[in-house]
Design a protein around this ligand. Structure first.
Ligand code: ADP
Length: 423
């Protein structure tokens, strides 16, 4: 098996897919793994993205998992390591961006790395070290109210410094605008002054592409998914259609949706209005002990021959609040996730080989229920959402095409458009 060039460690699941998607578009063949694989990689690719769930866990646990991922990636031959976090720099007061970055640096024996969540395609830009989300600063973007990772300071040098023992500097836009040589010189200067990390400004894809060559010499990079667009060229890899090529798709088609975002509500409505068969799941009936999974499968399986079906718990906020008031927020969520995951498994056992899953948490539950550990990343359906090809226990180890759509991603016709992309 050929060894990989770039090894990535992502602090959450859909963030890992977002990064993998950017790398594929820049020409790399990429596999995303769910957690750290037990054995060696079973595919010939340029890059592996190991998806952890380490964003909000205790820093010591995040460090331990990230170091284990590092060891596995190094064993696969990775020449450079990329620690991927959210484009809104999601972290708790204790970390985990700073502590994980420092632990990786120490393990790799390197004294300098960069940090930048800039992702201009998704309107995340960094200027003078300040992170903008669209037209506003991070702490006015809604992220200041996030339940787990409230971001109340838009100055990333300050935020990272508060989580790090190393001195944090800035490579500002005036330097980035002058190109890779200027960035290289600035890195040397910061290093000589004793800085261990630097936030890097970027307000456009041109900035990210310009800085790319200057990053080739750093063993470790830490960033959102944006920096990835400038890296494949460092390995002599150019964008190509081959990078996103998956085995030919066949088999039956289905959509399962546990996301309740505004976009997903529109996508469910669009699918129903197109006249295709759809069945809603009622959480209160699950709670009452009805075997909803069996009911849904009895309805869906005979219809699959005629085209895709949709099974959804997607509802509007009023209905969800009512269910949550009866069952509790976490219990309702976990119950619905378990049911949708069991339905997804039943559908694949019945011959579904093209599966759309909507919802971040829902995706995690489905991937687990299907017995998937590695996903080859294919063509993009909408920004941040590619098709993938997986080997699923639920399909007797055979291949299934799966796409995992988080919350607000995708156009209104996503549930029908997705199958067209595979065809
Ligand atoms: P998103 O990516 O949109 O955030 P997730 O799948 O991550 O979607 O989260 C949606 C959560 O809402 C899941 O825990 C899911 O089980 C739960 N959920 C889905 N439908 C309902 C419903 N009708 N009532 C209550 N909770 C629901």
């Amino acid at each position: 098996m050929a060894s990989i060039r770039l090894g990535c460690i992502a602090d959450d699941f859909t963030g890992a897919t977002d990064l993998a998607n950017n790398l594929v578009r820049a020409g790399m063949r990429v596999v995303q793994t769910i957690g750290i694989p037990a054995g060696p990689l079973a595919a010939d690719v340029d890059c592996v993205v190991v998806a952890l769930k380490s964003r909000t866990i205790a820093p010591a646990d995040a460090i331990a998992q990230s170091l284990a991922a590092l060891s596995w990636l190094q064993a696969q031959g990775a020449e450079q390591i990329y620690f991927k976090y959210c484009s809104t720099f999601d972290s708790t007061a204790a970390g985990n961006i700073g502590p994980v970055a420092e632990a990786l640096m120490q393990a790799m024996g390197t004294d300098f790395t960069i940090a930048t969540p800039a992702f201009p395609d998704n309107k995340r830009t960094v200027f003078k070290g300040y992170l903008f989300v669209g037209d506003v600063l991070l702490d006015e973007s809604g992220m200041q109210n996030h339940p787990l990772t409230p971001m109340t300071d838009p100055n990333l040098v300050r935020v990272l410094q508060s989580q790090s023992t190393k001195q944090v500097g800035l490579i500002d836009h005036a330097v980035v605008a002058r190109g890779a040589d200027a960035v290289t010189a600035r890195i040397a200067e910061l290093r000589a002054q004793g800085f261990g990390m630097a936030v890097v400004d970027a307000v456009s894809n041109d900035d990210l592409l310009r800085m790319g060559p200057a990053l080739a010499a750093l063993p470790l990079l830490t960033a959102g998914s944006g920096v990835a667009i400038g890296l494949p060229a460092n390995f002599g890899i150019a964008p190509s259609a081959q990078a996103s090529q998956l085995p030919a798709a066949g088999g039956l088609r289905a959509v399962v949706s546990g996301s309740c975002s505004l976009a997903t509500n529109r996508q469910v409505m669009n699918f129903i209005q197109s006249g295709r068969p759809a069945m809603a799941i009622d959480p209160l009936r699950i709670a009452a002990g009805v075997d909803v999974t069996a009911e849904v499968l009895a309805w869906a399986v005979p219809l699959l021959q005629d085209g895709p079906v949709l099974v959804y718990s997607t509802a509007e906020s009023g209905a969800i609040k009512a269910v949550q008031a009866r069952l509790g927020v976490e219990e309702a969520g976990a119950m619905v996730e378990r049911t949708i995951a069991a339905i997804a498994r039943g559908l694949v056992e019945a011959g579904v080989r093209q599966l759309v899953v909507a919802g971040g948490e829902t995706s995690g539950a489905c991937v687990q229920a299907l017995g998937v550990t590695q996903m080859q990343i294919g063509p993009q359906i909408d920004p941040g959402v590619p098709w993938t090809h997986v080997l699923a226990d639920a399909a007797g180890g055979a291949g299934v095409h799966v796409t995992l759509k988080s919350g607000n991603f995708g156009t209104d016709d996503f549930f029908t458009k997705a199958f067209g992309v595979l065809a």
